[in-house]
Ligand binder design. Structure first.
Ligand code: PEP
Length: 250
């Protein structure tokens, strides 16, 4: 089996101003004092401070990512940000298809796939998010819903370029609730099978992150599960101490 270096990404969502760079300084301080982190560490701040995060992170091995991008390279799209602009600001990653955007902005699998393609075209690694709602899980459809999202959201280019998958059950995001370890492992195994079916050996090496109420208290057991290659962390990524604890749980 392929060894995958775990990846922990923090999604700051719409939180963070220039003063929040102090939290990044604190994180860098913690990460550089202990043993070297066993994970690739990514912080995805609001776009207004992305360049500053990338610049500051460069000195401490913390990588920067965007939270969304537009599928087009440029043009008359007021308020949107192109993948190439994120790359220009120093990003190496970009989250696409987060459930908050799928829900609040009506993003479809087709749109998410074009965003992922744009990201790859700009030299970024897209973090493609999928996950079922509570009703979908309760009715036994979690795996089929996620399978359909993966089929529709991952571009064919993932056969030649790096993409990252984040499994984030919608009902676990920001709620303090998580699926059982068995349910997480079962879903990640099912995602792995689908990636290998579609991309062969390349599919063995694709990161599958878990996201949804990942905290210092549950990180160790969740991150140790089969085919969990790291995490996407919302709330707990805002405090350097909590985020560092999750990183060191890898
Ligand atoms: C997220 O929104 O990507 C997320 C995982 O949020 P939280 O950790 O706050 O549940």
């Amino acid at each position: 089996t392929t060894t995958i270096t775990p990846l922990i990404a923090g999604n700051w969502k719409m939180n963070g101003v220039r003063a929040s760079l102090d939290e990044l300084t604190a994180l860098a301080g913690i990460l550089t004092t202990g043993d070297a982190p066993r994970a690739i560490v990514v912080v995805c701040p609001p776009a207004t401070i992305l360049a500053a995060v990338a610049r500051q992170g460069a000195t401490s091995g913390i990588l920067a990512g965007g939270q969304d991008c537009h599928p087009a390279a440029h043009g008359a799209y007021t308020g949107d940000i192109a993948a190439g602009m994120l790359a220009d600001a120093g990003a190496q990653y970009v989250i696409v298809g987060h459930s908050e955007r799928r829900a609040a902005h009506g993003e479809t699998d087709d749109l998410v796939r074009s965003k992922a393609e744009a990201a790859i075209g700009a030299g970024l690694k897209p973090i493609i998010c999928v996950g079922e709602t509570e009703a979908e899980r309760d009715s036994g459809r979690a795996e089929s819903v996620v399978a359909a999202q993966l089929a529709g959201s991952i571009p064919d280019a993932a056969g030649q370029h790096d993409v990252i998958i984040a499994y984030e059950p919608v009902w676990a995001i920001g709620t303090g609730r998580t699926p059982s370890n068995d349910d997480i492992a079962q879903m990640h195994n099912s995602i792995r099978r689908q990636l290998v079916d579609r991309f062969g050996d390349k599919g063995q090496g694709i990161h599958i992150l878990y996201g949804g109420s990942l905290k210092p208290q549950n990180a160790r057991e969740i991150l140790a599960l089969d085919n969990v290659n790291g995490g996407l962390v919302g709330g707990a990524s805002l405090l350097a101490k909590d985020f560092a604890t999750i990183i060191s749980a890898v």
